[in-house]
Design a protein around this ligand. Structure first.
Ligand code: EPU
Length: 293
């Protein structure tokens, strides 16, 4: 069933943004197809995962936001293959693999996204990425379910060729034999590393910028003395400079404004044009017009 004017902020890790004009929770492929068919022709569609890598505008989203649940939360093992629905949180996928004594998915433990989001952006960290463990993903594209391999998806660093209208339904991952205690020790080490290096427990959306080739966006921003740099109620994390942390009273426009400022300063000081990793779902006002919208 399609709802109207649904607040999006509670469904994102930034806890920011306006309402979706249209919104639907779907639990099966048939329901998803029905909702897509029911939506007025031509409206933009956005599939929301765990909301950990998206910034919605304060003005909201003028189209249909779809959130997957139900059978999209299923996870099962068949030999050395683990299949997970697109809505499965990747830390849950990592823990499921550990309980099954399957190794290779440990790196997912520290990333608060969904399987669908991981495929879409080729999420990674700690020496691995989604492409390195993905066998294939089933994707609904133009009313057809396609099974796409990493090369079909053109997975590269934080990139796939999926369009906004493509819906990842499920993915199959390759695993190898492992010992549960070792897998869990590795996951604990990753969790500890993140606690020490990244601002968990705050309202943020992970890395804001992609790393430029051969360097780290966080290192560059830090080297310019921008930790703690502030725009409205949003500031560059003092723990890791590629994280922007929103405080109480922040707006999505504040985050956008800080992204633009950091990007401008880095470009002017170093010549490097940082590309956002975060999905920005506008409209946003140009930074100079802040406060006028
Ligand atoms: N650094 C600084 N100052 C900072 C932050 C980092 O000097 O404020 C330095 C570090 O000391 C290190 C280098 O920059 O020498 C790289 O930093 P880090 O190890 O934290 O890795 P990163 O490149 O910033 C990437 C991913 C993270 C992932 C980590 C761990 C990107 C954009 N980020 O961060 O992914 O968790 O590696 O593998 O690729 C995400 O994508 O949302 C994300 C958090």
């Amino acid at each position: 069933m399609i709802e109207r004017d649904k607040p999006l902020a509670p469904m994102t890790t930034y806890k920011l943004g306006g309402n979706a004009a249209l919104f639907a929770d779907v639990g099966t492929v048939a329901e998803l197809e029905a909702v897509l068919a029911e939506a007025p022709g031509g409206v933009p569609v956005f599939v929301l995962g765990r909301g950990s890598n998206v910034l919605f505008s304060d003005r909201g989203f003028p189209g249909l936001v779809v959130r997957l649940g139900g059978e999209f939360l299923d996870i099962r093992r068949d030999g050395d293959v683990i299949e997970a629905g697109a809505a499965v949180p990747v830390p849950k996928l990592a823990r499921f693999a550990a309980a099954e004594e399957r190794s290779g998915l440990e790196f997912f433990v520290g990333w608060p996204g969904s399987v669908g989001g991981a495929v879409r952006m080729n999420a990674g960290g700690h020496g691995a990425d989604t492409a390195s463990v993905l066998i294939d993903a089933s994707v609904l594209r133009s009313r057809e379910v396609l099974v796409l391999t990493p090369s079909d998806l053109e997975l590269a660093y934080r990139h796939s060729n999926l369009s906004d209208d493509d819906v990842v339904l499920a993915a199959r991952f390759r695993t190898r034999d492992g010992v549960r205690a070792d897998i869990e020790a590795e996951m604990r080490a990753i969790t500890r590393w993140r606690k020490e290096h990244q601002p968990g427990g705050t309202h943020n959306a992970g890395s804001v910028f992609k790393n430029p080739p051969g360097d780290s966006a966080g290192r560059i921003i830090d080297s310019l003395g921008l930790k703690g740099y502030r725009h409205g109620a949003v500031s560059v994390s003092t723990m890791h400079a590629n994280f922007l942390v929103a405080e109480s009273g922040a707006t999505a426009q504040d985050v956008y404004g800080l992204i633009c400022e950091v990007r401008r300063i880095v470009r002017e000081e170093t010549g490097v044009d940082l590309e956002p990793e975060l999905r920005l779902v506008g409209p946003f006002a140009p930074p100079s017009e802040r406060g006028t919208t």
